[in-house]
Design a protein around this ligand. Structure first.
Ligand code: COA
Length: 160
């Protein structure tokens, strides 16, 4: 069985992430979508809230599991008996960061491969913080996130 891990902050999960996840679930027999604390970011949602949103988002995806992890990603990947990390690639600006992270993970865990999915054109420009910013300024975010995420953002921003 080929197990792949799709890690991210998912603050919040967007249709761009879900597009990558669905496509990965079509390629690998089991996909673990995994989130973690992100001390380097000022997250809008807590880890528990992000986990709960992910659980709702993957409903109906039979070979997808939601997990959180602490510590190093590659240790989590190894603990699952997995050997693939999935990442989405949107544009060239993602490349440097993703390349560095993939190489560092490879240095630490040579048996773990990073597999990139090129984002769907519709989501090329999408990012979690951009969605939150649009919501903060009163814009319509319904094309970018599921309705339960939209509601959660509105509540969080005191606009619900
Ligand atoms: N569609 C829409 N947005 C996307 C996207 C897609 N397909 N792919 C990435 N993004 C956006 C996210 O929305 C996010 O936007 P934001 O910066 O505006 O919030 C941004 O790209 C990056 O987010 P994400 O994909 O969630 O990755 P991340 O950089 O937040 O997550 C971890 C990085 C968690 C995977 C990484 O830090 C990690 O592995 N941490 C564990 C500790 C560790 O092992 N460190 C050593 C790593 S070498």
């Amino acid at each position: 069985m080929s197990i792949a891990v799709y890690p991210g902050t998912f603050d919040p999960v967007t249709y761009g992430h879900l597009d990558i996840l669905r496509r990965a679930a079509g390629v690998f027999s089991h996909v673990v979508v995994a989130t973690t604390e992100a001390p380097q970011k000022q997250c809008l949602f807590s880890l528990e809230e992000r986990l709960s949103q992910l659980h709702q988002a993957v409903e109906g995806m039979h070979n997808v599991e939601v997990r959180s992890f602490q510590g190093m990603l590659v240790d989590f990947v190894r603990s699952l008996g997995a050997s693939v990390v999935i990442r989405g690639m949107r544009e060239t600006t993602d490349f440097e960061y993703e390349f560095q992270m993939a190489l560092m993970n490879k240095r630490i865990a040579p048996e773990v491969e990073t597999v990139f999915f090129v984002t769907a054109l519709d989501y090329l420009y999408l990012s979690s913080s951009l969605v939150t910013d649009i919501a903060l300024r009163g814009g319509d975010i319904s094309a970018f996130v599921p309705s339960f995420v939209e509601d959660a953002i509105m509540r969080k921003l005191g606009k619900g």
